[in-house]
Ligand binder design. Structure first.
Ligand code: BEZ
Ligand code: FE
Length: 299
């Protein structure tokens, strides 16, 4: 925590007065929540400016930076989400809103690469859709925190290909490396995906330049995204990470890793029989298990 520099009594009163005046300016907001948020934002923003004794040049640079973040943002590129992610603001918002509840699976960052209309696959189907990578069998169950199986839970999964790119990053309209499926009557699911690989978040824009300036890597630990929904249960947005991935030690650029989400992806040599009899010929493959526990809605 930074200690506010000693600026002298007269200057401190002047700065305190300005904070109080701005806070008061929101007093008449009709929506009490909006009032609370804007007044707290004012206090924290002014405290930050005062703590670091922000120079006018630095404030101009900050405004130019935010302008660039806005200018590169469009319906395909969301630089503000990236900024929130690399500042840890996304993960902090997730922490505040997804309190630990019994054995419920932990949530992590959503990221910018989810799309609404991914195809449905049957249980045991393949999400790759032409995306390149090592085949990986993923299976598990969806239960509530009392251990009851959740049949018909909707599972959205998405991931990048072996080159570290999501389908939407190719810009040619392809749909690959994503799908949705439903759990069976026992709450079980299984599908073929790709063994996840580490990849950099888009870093050719202002957020990437900021990371470079502070000596931080844009690379994310290898992961596979899940979003799981079922009636009366809290929607879970999460990933699983790959045990042994060196990036787990180096660090995840968006602070998304939680140890409970690191899973063993067991490597299988070529010729090892697959769970569903799929013939993979000379190819190696991997398998993992992810049992998902959903919290009740009001937790
Ligand atoms: C992702 O995992 O897809 C992601 C998350 C945060 C920023 C960029 C990408
Ligand atoms: Fe991702």
């Amino acid at each position: 925590m930074t200690k506010t520099p000693d600026v002298g009594a007269e200057q401190r009163v002047l700065e305190d007065d300005l904070v109080a005046t701005v806070v008061m300016s929101f007093e008449k907001a009709v929506d009490p929540r909006l009032r609370e948020v804007m007044q707290a934002l004012t206090r924290h923003l002014h405290a930050f400016i005062r703590d670091v004794r922000l120079t006018e040049q630095e404030w101009t640079t900050a405004i130019e930076f935010l302008t660039a973040v806005g200018q590169i943002t469009d319906d395909k590129r969301q630089e503000f989400v990236l900024l929130s992610d690399v500042l840890g603001a996304s993960m902090q918002t997730i922490a505040v809103n997804n309190r630990a509840y019994r054995a419920a699976t932990e949530a992590t960052v959503f990221g910018p690469f989810f799309v609404d209309d991914a195809p449905q696959i049957p249980l045991g189907g393949d999400i790759a859709g032409g995306a390149a990578g090592q085949p990986c069998w993923i299976e598990g169950t969806v239960t509530d925190t009392d251990g009851n199986a959740i049949p018909g839970a909707r599972i959205e999964v998405w991931e990048c290909d072996e080159d570290g790119f999501y389908d939407v990053q190719y810009g040619d309209g392809r749909m690959a490396g994503r799908a949705h499926l439903f759990t069976d009557e026992n709450g079980s699911y299984r599908f073929w995906g790709l063994t996840p690989v580490p990849y950099p978040i888009p870093h050719d824009g202002p957020v990437g330049r900021m990371l470079e300036a502070v000596g931080r890597s844009p690379v994310r630990a290898a992961h596979l995204h899940f979003m799981v929904t079922a009636p009366e249960l809290r929607t879970l947005v999460t990933h699983i990470f790959v045990e042994g991935d060196p990036q787990l030690v180096i660090g995840d650029s968006v602070f998304g890793v939680k140890s409970s989400l690191i899973k063993q992806f067991a490597q299988q040599s070529a010729g090892t029989p697959t769970p569903d009899g799929r013939a993979l010929g000379y190819r190696t493959w991997a398998r993992t298990r992810f049992d998902i526990v959903l919290a009740p809605v009001a937790t």
